[in-house]
Ligand binder design. Structure first.
Ligand code: GDP
Length: 444
């Protein structure tokens, strides 16, 4: 499915990987090529634009790691953004509800709806030991209900007996009733398709939805139709509301655009992919694995991850040594601030750090936003190395110079120094407690 995109990206990024030093222009040139490659793979334009913007932003702002090349770091960023674009985590089919739970399958004719219904039913039966009932609500295509019945017999899953002339919404209600009376866990409803999205189809599906309140409404879409598949998903989501997507024919040689833009455009996860005509050709969609398959650079990605971990470990070890000695200077504070920034901003980290109660007091009145972070870093940056190591050197005139140099005020400089003092004191206390063998307390 992703072969040609994968080849293209590999070619582009391989060039970066080999380079020792990278200029912004190198990254920009590579990203222009990545952009073309994604567009040619039929990924939706807004998705491509936002992808490129995010990669560039991260590539420019990143700290350089030891032992990997900047190019390798860029590859890691591309990989991570690819995973984010695909939805980060795999999303299993939800069956957790009061049984019988209804799973409604919707989509256009020929998308693979009936096949996917049977595949999911088989998997729920065999893997999850669920008791599954399937019902075809397709009263338009003459042989549709029989088709599901035959599939059911092949895979050993019960189907609702066919009553000719019943309306889809009535069949759905009958299926749920049978599910309740006969102790089924899951009732799978295979709705009728059309060649195109039309009002009659939507009205029919809405009626079924309102009658049975499905836990899952899965849109089945043919990945070979590219952006059309994404448009259909958007259409169904707007009019019926879908909870996820089953992307079929991923075994074909489509360009992959549907798989790549589906999540970003619709906001709904690809839950499963169909990889063949057989009843067990169904797989979970793992964003991480798909991204790795597309990039084919798993080695580089894990290399960079390891390098980042090492740096963090080294930092943490250094900090621990400082704590043991009871020396915590402004350089250390800066490292901490950076770490906090990396961890996702002040607000999310505040609660996690020991001694935060005291720190909050020291900061009282200040707004805890990330802008403040940047100002604090600027204040420390404006100090000389000597001042950073020995904050007691900071007299009034030095403070004035630092405030001017960092575009802040003397009270802000004082506030930072006070915060540093509190933290240093706390670290000393913690290291003493550590030595005495007691657990350090976390003041709240
Ligand atoms: P429906 O009209 O949406 O119910 O579509 P069907 O389930 O009848 O499928 C239409 C055709 O697509 C059948 O020949 C299926 O065997 C085939 N099909 C469905 N899913 C896949 C898939 O993931 N891969 C391949 N190669 N064929 C599939």
């Amino acid at each position: 499915m992703f072969d040609s995109l994968s080849d293209r990206l590999n070619g582009i990024l391989d060039g970066l990987k080999r380079r020792g030093a990278l200029k912004e222009a190198d990254v920009s040139a590579a990203m222009r090529e990545v952009r073309v490659a994604l567009l040619e793979a039929d990924v939706a334009l807004p998705v491509v634009k936002s992808f490129i913007a995010k990669v560039k932003e991260k590539a420019v702002g990143q700290t350089v790691l030891k032992s990997v090349t900047p190019g390798q770091q860029v590859i890691k960023i591309v990989h991570d953004e690819l995973v984010a674009m695909l939805g980060t985590e795999s999303a299993p089919v939800n069956t957790a509800g009061l049984p019988p739970v209804a799973i409604m399958m919707v989509g256009l004719q020929g998308s693979g709806k009936t096949t996917s219904t049977a595949k999911i039913a088989k998997r729920l039966t065999e893997k999850d030991s669920k008791k599954v009932l399937m019902a075809s609500l397709d009263t338009r295509r003459p042989a549709a209900q029989e088709q599901l019945k035959v599939l059911g017999e092949q895979i050993g899953v019960k189907t609702l007996p066919i009553i000719k002339g019943q309306l889809p919404a009535d069949i759905a209600r009958r299926a749920m009733e049978a599910g309740r009376l006969q102790g089924f866990d899951v009732v799978m409803l295979d709705t009728a398709g059309r060649l195109h999205v039309d009002a009659a189809l939507m009205a029919e599906v809405q009626a079924v939805r309102d009658g049975v309140q499905p836990l899952e409404t899965l849109l089945v879409a043919d990945s070979l139709t590219g952006q059309d598949a994404v448009n259909v998903a958007q259409e169904f989501d707007g009019q019926v509301g879908i909870t996820g997507v089953v992307l079929t024919r991923m075994d074909g040689d489509g360009r992959g655009g549907a798989a790549l833009s589906m999540r970003a455009v619709t906001g709904k996860p690809i839950k499963l992919i169909g990889t063949g005509e057989k009843a067990d050709a169904l797989e979970d969609f793992h964003p991480e694995r798909v991204a790795s398959r597309i990039l084919g650079m798993g080695d580089v990605v894990s290399l960079v991850e390891k390098a980042a971990e090492t740096i963090e470990k080294e930092d943490a070890e250094k900090m621990a040594a400082k704590m043991a000695k009871g020396t915590f200077d402004l350089d250390d504070l800066r490292t901490q601030l950076r770490q906090m920034k990396k961890l996702g901003g002040m607000k999310s980290v505040l609660g996690l750090l020991p001694g935060m109660g005291q720190m909050k007091k020291a900061l009282s009145g200040a707004t805890l936003d990330d802008g403040m972070f940047k100002r604090q870093e600027a204040i420390i940056d404006s100090m000389t190395p000597k001042e950073r190591a020995k904050p007691q050197l900071l007299n009034a005139s030095r403070k004035k110079r630092i405030a001017a140099g960092s575009g802040t005020t003397v009270p802000e400089v004082n506030k930072l120094l006070k915060m540093h003092m509190q933290m240093a004191k706390m670290m000393k206390k913690m290291s003493k407690m550590g030595k005495s063998g007691r657990m350090p307390m976390v003041p709240g």
